[in-house]
Design a protein around this ligand. Structure first.
Ligand SMILES: [Zn+2]
Length: 233
């Protein structure tokens, strides 16, 4: 099976939070999108790995994903080393995506930057003949970082105005993680009301700057190329 877009995420919920609207926009328009979470988020203060997996399933349905997998790497401790790269190379060669989305190059959670570099390295290595995995070579055409906790400057945005509500529904699937006044678990930064509100105010602010209601920002790993100068709406 060939995917149009493959999203790598350090933790279940990274993809929904940072690029859920973009994913939903593409699946709603016929693109095949898959998400591969590297870890089960088992070190999260709230919830558990089992709960997170169930929540990810619910979010995957809302986003209409072609596939969702979990690699079961160690949350907080996975490395960007030969073993982990090989696992990603096999996934990239298996699903042959044109576009890769990955975590922010640096972020509050150190797993995010490490996941991003692991993804970049694996995409390059996946195109090398002498790395033999009994699969055909594949190198994605583009890698884009989604922006999550820290306010990094995007290189471009995707207008998600018509899919913003669905994105919020996907994020709300993670009942154990985010703002929930009924929860009896310990509070965390991401379970605060302010964090939940930030999803909307950031999308609105990026929309304000680009003449739409809601947008998600991305950082391009490679030099972005336009076909014509009017490549915008
Ligand atoms: Zn994360």
């Amino acid at each position: 099976m060939k995917l149009d877009i493959l999203v790598f995420a350090a933790h279940p919920d990274d993809a929904e939070l940072a690029c859920g609207g973009t994913i939903i926009k593409h699946t709603s328009n016929g693109f095949k999108v898959g998400v591969i979470d590297l870890t089960k988020g088992e070190l999260g203060t709230r919830g558990s790995d089992k709960i997170r997996l169930k929540e990810a399933e619910a979010a995957s349905e809302i986003m209409n994903l072609t596939l969702r997998e979990n690699l079961g790497f160690d949350d907080g401790f996975f490395l960007n080393d030969d073993l982990h790269k090989k696992v990603l190379i096999e996934k990239i060669r298996k699903y042959r995506p044109d576009i890769i989305l990955t975590n922010a190059p640096s972020d509050r959670h150190p797993d995010h930057g490490r996941a991003a570099q692991l993804t970049i390295d694996s995409c390059f290595l996946s195109g090398l003949e002498k790395i033999d995995t009994n699969q055909k070579l594949w190198r994605p055409k583009a890698i884009y970082h989604y922006i999550q906790f820290n306010n990094l400057n995007p290189d471009f945005v995707v207008d998600i105005t018509t899919h913003f509500e669905q994105k919020i529904d996907a994020v709300k699937s993670y009942k154990s993680q985010f703002f929930n006044p009924k929860s009896k678990e310990n509070n965390t930064i991401i379970s605060s009301k302010d964090f939940f509100d930030s999803i909307e105010y950031r999308a609105k602010d990026l929309g304000r700057q680009t003449a739409c209601d809601f947008a998600e920002g991305f950082i391009s790993h490679q030099l972005p190329k336009l076909d014509f100068l009017n490549n915008f709406k």
